[in-house]
Design a protein around this ligand. Structure first.
Ligand code: SAM
Length: 182
């Protein structure tokens, strides 16, 4: 998955307390499903720590950063921007175009997910507003399906580097081994 430019996920908005788990899950889902980096709002420090801790234990590479202006990140992004929204074009209609553009690009692709109401400027600044169905659901679900479509499932075969443990898939039960016993 390193033959194309980076994929960076931006979490737009974070209500402390209420959004704690969702913001953390945006980060964990970005990591698990093939993104290279997640940018979280600066008040989401607890989520950053959790995602860093998981990366330290289960491997990477994956980067987590805080930004004091998520809106400025979108405005100033050098590469293309996908905004996930239930009001957008159907993912199945635009995924091919997005994949082809990403393949030919030199700059990282930014994937934006919201929390509460997303300002209309973001809809205008995005290269694509993409709906994973046009039904309301969750930023975590939308991100997971979008990344899987973007990578056409290749993220499921990814090899992890570093960390101190690996889960060994089991038909029943749980098996976790230290990385040096792999
Ligand atoms: N009501 C808010 C608005 O109008 O902007 C959105 C709230 S929703 C709970 C939070 C985020 O989930 C959205 O900003 C969007 O990124 C994502 N989301 C929800 N449904 C989606 C869908 N069908 N397709 C893609 N993303 C979706």
């Amino acid at each position: 998955m390193n033959e194309t430019p980076e994929v960076v996920v931006l979490r737009l908005g974070h209500r402390p307390g209420r959004d704690e788990r969702m913001t953390t899950h945006v980060g964990l889902t970005a990591r698990a499903l093939g993104a290279d980096r997640v940018l979280l709002p600066e008040n989401a420090g607890q989520s950053l720590e959790t995602v860093e801790d998981i990366t330290d234990r289960f491997g990477g590479p994956f980067e987590v950063e805080l930004t004091d202006s998520p809106r400025a990140v979108v405005r100033g992004w050098a590469g293309r921007v996908v905004h996930l929204t239930m009001y957008g074009e159907r993912v199945q209609d635009v995924e091919g175009e997005i994949r082809a553009a990403h393949r030919d690009d030199d700059e990282p692709l930014l994937v934006v997910v919201g929390a509460e109401k997303v300002p209309f400027d973001v809809y205008e600044e995005a290269d694509w507003n993409v709906g994973v169905t046009n039904q309301p659901h969750s930023e975590v679900a939308g991100l997971a399906v979008f990344l899987d479509r973007l990578f056409e499932g290749r993220e499921l075969e990814r090899e992890w580097e570093g960390g101190d443990r690996r889960v060994v898939p089991q038909e029943t039960g749980k098996r976790v081994v230290p990385t040096d016993e792999e």
